[in-house]
Every structure is written in C-alpha cells, then in structure tokens.
Design a protein around this ligand. Structure first.
Ligand code: GLP
Length: 242
C-alpha cells in the first residue's frame, strides 16, 4: 500500500481527482469503480470543474458503483443512483447507458448480484476503484466478518453503519436494513484501488489499517494489504490520532 498523507480534505480531493483525470486521459475507455458517501464528494466536484474548464472527455468511460441500498428506487432522493447523478454524472459527458449501479429493487436481489459481477467482467474489469472507509473498517458495504473472496452480494447493514449514514436520511429508522455491495473479492479484482480517508472520525480505522500486517476479516479494509496496487490518500485529521 502506498500511503500519501495530505494536509486536509481539499488536498485529498485534489490528489484523487488528478489520479482519475490522468487515467481517463491515458485510457479514454477506462472503467471507473465509484464510491459514495461524504468522502468522495470533493473529488467529484473537482472532476466536474476540470471537465468544464479543461474538457477532459468521458464519452467512452464506463462506471460501476460499489453498492446500493436494497429497496430504494433509483429516483429515491437517498439512493446511490441519485447521489451519483447529483454529485457527478450530471456534470460530465458519460453517456447514461455507461453508468452502472446495482438495482436495489430487482425482483431477485441474488440474481442482480450475479448479473453485476458478470457485467463487471464483461466490461473488462475495473481499472481504478475509488473507495471510502467506514468507521468499523467497512469498504463498500462489506461489514466486518465478510469473506474476502466474496463476489457481489446482499448484506445486512450493521447498526453502526446505519447510524453513521442516518445523517443523509430523516432518521436512522429510514436507513434501509440491507444493501447490495460488490464483495471484497470483486473489489480486489480491480487493477488499481484508491482509498480516501478524511477526518477525525476515521482516525481509529486508519490506525488499525496502518498497524495491520496481514488481512483480518474482522476489519474489511485490511483486505487491501494483499492487493499489489493500492494508494491510500489520508488527511492529517485521519492520521493524527493514528
Ligand atoms: C457508506 C458507503 C461506503 C463509504 C462509507 C463511508 O457506508 N457504502 O462506500 O465508504 O459509507 O462514508 P463517508 O465517506 O460518508 O464517511
């Protein structure tokens, strides 16, 4: 793992955006694995700005998102479909048929998961997977205890994850209890991984990640230790207590 320590969230976002822009310029048909949550919002904002000012072209880019809540329609204000539209897709020229997110309302969620892994394979795999981290070390929605070879699957969200994400909903009761997530096995197939970590609430997870010498299924982010091409960009607040 290559660890880059930066001053603050703004610098983290800038460095992440630069990596994504470099990749898209080098490989215009790149497959980008995208993440949601508060952490990557600044990166999406800077990618949108760069597209407007410098014309970085996303016409051939394909995107696959990590996860989606079960039971939320794409147009639900709290769905990750809506998040991606609001923060990124509306600002860049990726044709909408080249955006992919799991469908949390599919009649069979298990079939949806199998189809999603097949889709990623058919796209040729993910060139760069963007990740955030949960306070308990979850990546995507892979909660502690998830097998590291799992493909895309349905998960029951932990209470702490629902609490942490309640800020986007009216109350914790409104946070869905289940989600579809790329598995850790799916994530590890990505050719490169970019993990963003920001703020004091992530300091404990960051310190566990730095301290770990081998993968431990009780701490999902530790799976990244075994991947050959991982960059972690962490801001001072996330590192300070580490
Ligand atoms: C959610 C998402 C994760 C994200 C995590 C951290 O659970 N499924 O992909 O990394 O939250 O979110 P935040 O960046 O808001 O702290």
């Amino acid at each position: 793992m290559k660890i880059l320590t930066v001053a603050d969230q703004e610098e983290m976002s800038r460095r992440a955006a630069e990596m994504i822009i470099d990749l898209v310029r080098l490989k215009p048909s790149a497959v980008l694995g995208l993440a949601t949550g508060g952490t990557p919002e600044g990166t999406y904002r800077l990618l949108a700005l760069d597209h407007r000012k410098n014309g970085t072209d996303y016409r051939e880019v394909r995107t696959v998102n990590l996860d989606e809540y079960a039971g939320l329609k794409p147009e639900d204000p709290n769905s990750y479909h809506t998040y991606m539209e609001t923060h990124f897709f509306q600002y860049v020229n990726i044709p909408s048929e080249q955006h992919f997110l799991p469908d949390g309302t599919a009649a069979s969620l298990n079939e949806e998961c199998e189809d999603y892994d097949r889709l990623i394979d058919n796209l040729g795999g993910v060139d760069l997977q963007l990740l955030g981290i949960g306070r308990n070390g979850h990546i995507g929605f892979n909660e502690p205890g998830t097998a590291f070879n799992a493909g895309t699957h349905v998960v029951k969200l932990s209470e702490s994850t629902r609490q942490a994400n309640a800020r986007f909903f009216g109350s914790v009761q409104e946070v869905p209890e289940r989600a579809i997530t790329m598995g850790i096995g799916t994530i590890l197939k990505s050719r490169a991984i970019l993990l963003l970590v920001s703020g004091p609430s992530k300091a404990e997870a960051m310190s566990r990640l730095l301290a770990g010498s081998e993968p431990d299924s009780n701490f999902p982010a530790s799976a990244l230790i075994s991947h050959p091409n991982v960059t972690v960009i962490a801001d001072a607040a996330a590192i300070s207590a580490a």
